[in-house]
Design a protein. Sequence first.
Length: 146
Amino acid sequence: MIARLLLPQPLRDAIAADARAAFPCECCGLIEGRREGDAARALAAHPVRNLAPEPDRFELDPAGHFRLMRSLRGTGREIIGCYHSHPNGRAELSSRDRAYAGEDNFVWLIAGIDAEGPISWSCYVSHGVDWRMVEIAISEEHASCT
Ligand SMILES: [Zn+2]
């Protein structure tokens, strides 16, 4: 069961830039990495097209999802989770997020963003209908490209 997300600073910065660019709409994307015991190590962030017509929700383009899954096959890496932004500034699961039928142990990173303040972050993982908070550990290291 994932309890920690190891997130390199440059990756967090990249997701923050994605969230700022999409504001006041939601950005979304997938997180590539590895599961290491109870930790999920993020190695790359992949912005994915948001198909949702409403500005305050997101729907990952499945084509982007499949493309990334294919490209990771045999690399020892996998899609460990997703990220999206909340333009209302609140980095917490919305009722819509909670209702989403996702796969177990899939990490959800949320960036709460408003027009000017700093971005707030939260992370969750789902187990059936249950959601648990995941600790975000920021590391200095750069994402490797191997
Ligand atoms: Zn949300």
